[in-house]
Design a protein around this ligand. Structure first.
Ligand code: ADP
Ligand code: ASP
Ligand code: MG
Length: 437
């Protein structure tokens, strides 16, 4: 069985929903993961934000605007009056539900419940369309099987057993539709897999069911060798190793959710990135193969802070690094890059929500400095140490850019540079010019 995920743009208009429906109606059994229509989750964030601020009137106005758009979509999507009316009834309930939070005390659960409605709406609309077209289709609610464990990570055992139970309990269908992004936490409250999380849903399902392939359908023909939003003339990369793809996703290639490749890699299920706007384009295949001898792609992650701890006394003392890392562990803050010298250590983080106590504690061990607005540039490919020259090439490309940190040798697949966010565009352009032209 294959798992196909279609992102927000792929289901962004009634016509796109029709195109996707045709694409998935090839008679082969599949699970289809859908995002909310493009823009909807952002609008839901806005609604939740107004509720949070106590501005019920503004929330109501935004809800009504969104409601009108969806009512028009319903009239455009279906050809039978029956299905138009059925869907309009469903949408009325949905938008009344969104209005109902006006009289409820705001909480994080309320916020996440509001955010979940985009995927609930899009999946119901597409399922109704497929039914109208006479397809054998079933809607499986993600809230019945997609779950986080108490550490906030997907609960693989729960997902696996509940998803299988649901599929086994119903008559076999050609197309199973389900929501991306949304889930429940260990308490059973509605939660989500973070923005862009529908990719993660698809990969978790693919891994749980040992699918033959996971397909991520989006608005571009696969992973490009650099960020197409920033650099001109980027080109698709036809094949990536799981680890290369995981690095690119984690370090900013927006086409993939940062951690979605992990489950696919552990289960060895290939992931194919495909273009809904050009379905015959080859896209990118992500699998276990390692094509040697090349740098494949570059990505960039913003909003990085770098912390330097200088302590001539302490660094070489046994246990110094442990103490530093323990502070970050205590405050649940991930470290991305690390460099050390005899007198100091620099490390980068992307989450500064606990920075005040972290800095307080670090000051016990040395002189501490922090710089914000930095950016990690990650260069991915065959960067084994005995494959000479490629790391030099990447470094040469950045000859004119002030580089704050370099990390190389942590894996066979990447070299990372920390630069100022203000230099990101120039750095990405210089790398493309040197590495891919
Ligand atoms: P979806 O809504 O389908 O999940 P996203 O907007 O999340 O789509 O991801 C697709 C977008 O990712 C592309 O339109 C492109 O602008 C952006 N992107 C950033 N880096 C890359 C890259 N290296 N290769 C391809 N697309 C990228
Ligand atoms: N709709 C969610 C978002 O916009 C999840 C996704 O599209 O992947 O982030
Ligand atoms: Mg996405």
């Amino acid at each position: 069985m294959k798992i196909l995920k279609f992102g927000g743009t792929s289901v962004g208009t009634p016509q796109r929903m029709k195109d996707v429906s045709e694409l998935i109606s090839d008679g082969q059994q599949k699970i289809v993961v859908l995002s909310a229509m493009s823009g909807t989750t952002n609008t839901l964030v806005e609604i939740a934000d107004y509720y949070k601020k106590g501005n019920v009137e503004a929330a109501g106005n935004v809800i009504n605007k969104l409601r009108m758009i969806y009512m028009e979509h319903a009239r455009e999507l279906y050809s039978t009056e029956d299905m138009v009316l059925k869907t309009i009834d469903f949408l009325k309930d949905e938008f009344m539900y969104l209005h109902s939070f006006a009289s409820v005390e705001f909480s994080e659960v309320v916020e996440r419940t509001i955010l979940a409605q985009g995927e609930i709406i899009s999946t119901n609309m597409v399922t109704n369309y497929l039914k109208e077209q006479g397809k054998k289709v079933s809607l499986i609610p993600a809230l019945d099987y997609m779950r986080l464990a108490d550490n906030g990570e997907p609960d693989l055992g729960y997902i696996n057993s509940h998803l299988r139970d649901i599929l086994n309990s119903q008559e076999s269908c050609d197309i199973y539709i389900t929501q991306g992004f949304i889930c429940r936490n260990h308490l059973g409250d509605i939660d989500n897999l973070q923005r862009g999380g529908s990719d993660y849903t698809a990969c978790l399902i693919g891994a749980a069911l040992h699918a033959s392939e996971i397909q991520i359908w989006t608005d571009i023909d696969g992973m490009h060798n650099n960020d197409p939003r920033i650099v001109d003339n980027t080109l698709p990369v036809r094949q990536l190793n799981f680890e290369e793809a995981a690095e690119l996703a984690y370090f900013g290639a927006k086409i993939l959710h940062p951690t979605c490749i992990q489950p696919a890699r552990y289960a060895s299920v290939p992931v194919r990135l495909l273009n809904t706007m050009d379905p015959t384009a080859p896209g990118t295949i992500i699998n276990n193969e390692m094509v040697p001898g090349h740098i494949k792609a570059v990505a960039a992650k913003d909003n990085i802070s770098v912390i330097k701890i200088v302590s001539s006394r302490m660094l070489l003392a046994t246990g110094f690094l442990r103490k530093v890392f323990e502070i970050f562990e205590t405050y649940n803050t991930c470290i991305d890059m690390v460099t050390t010298s005899e007198v100091g250590i620099s490390l980068s983080i992307d989450n500064t929500s606990r920075i005040v106590p972290i800095l307080e504690e670090l000051k016990k061990y040395g002189v501490v400095e922090i710089e914000n607005n930095m950016c990690i540039i990650c260069v991915v490919g065959d960067l084994r140490f005995d494959n000479v020259g490629l790391e030099t090439l990447a470094t040469e490309a950045l000859a004119q850019i002030p580089v704050r940190m370099i990390s190389y040798g942590g894996s066979n697949h990447n070299i990372s540079f920390l630069v100022r966010e203000a230099d990101k565009k120039a750095a990405l352009q210089a790398l493309s010019a040197k590495l891919f032209n």
